[in-house]
Design a binder for this molecule. Structure first.
Ligand code: ZN
Length: 180
């Protein structure tokens, strides 16, 4: 698994999201932000996440979609329940995943982070395949962007966000990072 000069990860399926822009000049990538998402909430395997990130979500397809269909959001990566890895935004560009956020006194975390969505919820344990793919991805990112730290969305937007939630096993993730 490696990231090419265009910021694309070889080993991921690429589906371009229009919800991205240039990072501010001079910004470096210092942070991996781990999220969870499922659409409809609590349901896995459907097309909703890809549709949301590509502005193709049908607001009539589910009551919850009414609320979110107009949102312009994205993440760089999505890891599905079976470990499938999809990239939506090249790493060099800014994806729109963190929203209002703060890390060590710095706001607008989208400027200097990579957003990684795990298909899941706060209430359901993540799959082995997801931990393995996530660690593999994080190791590839760390080779390209040395020193990147990993945080949860809740860590940079406390009180507003809860993901990746209490089911995400940080110890296990950090062990996998150390021992491939
Ligand atoms: Zn999130």
């Amino acid at each position: 698994m490696h990231i090419d000069r265009c910021g694309l990860l070889h080993g991921a399926r690429f589906i371009a999201s229009p919800n991205c822009d240039e990072r501010p000049e001079g910004s470096t990538i210092e942070l991996l932000v781990i999220h969870n998402i499922s659409l409809p909430p609590g349901e896995f395997g459907g097309p909703g996440i890809v549709e949301l990130f590509t502005n193709r979500l049908d607001p009539g397809a589910h009551p919850y979609y009414h609320e979110i269909a107009g949102r312009k959001v994205s993440a760089h990566f999505l890891i599905r329940r079976d470990g499938e890895l999809i990239q939506f935004v090249p790493c060099g560009r800014r994806a729109w995943h963190a929203g209002e956020s703060n890390w060590r006194g710095r706001s607008r975390c989208n400027d200097f982070s990579i957003g990684i969505e795990l298909e899941g919820t706060d209430a359901v344990p993540f799959e082995n395949a997801q931990y393995e793919r996530l660690a593999e991805l994080a190791r590839a990112l760390a080779r390209t962007y040395p020193g990147v730290a990993s945080v949860g969305h809740a860590d940079i937007a406390p009180g507003r966000k809860t993901d990746p939630g209490p089911c995400f096993d940080w110890d296990r993730y950090r062990e996998l990072l150390k021992h491939p």
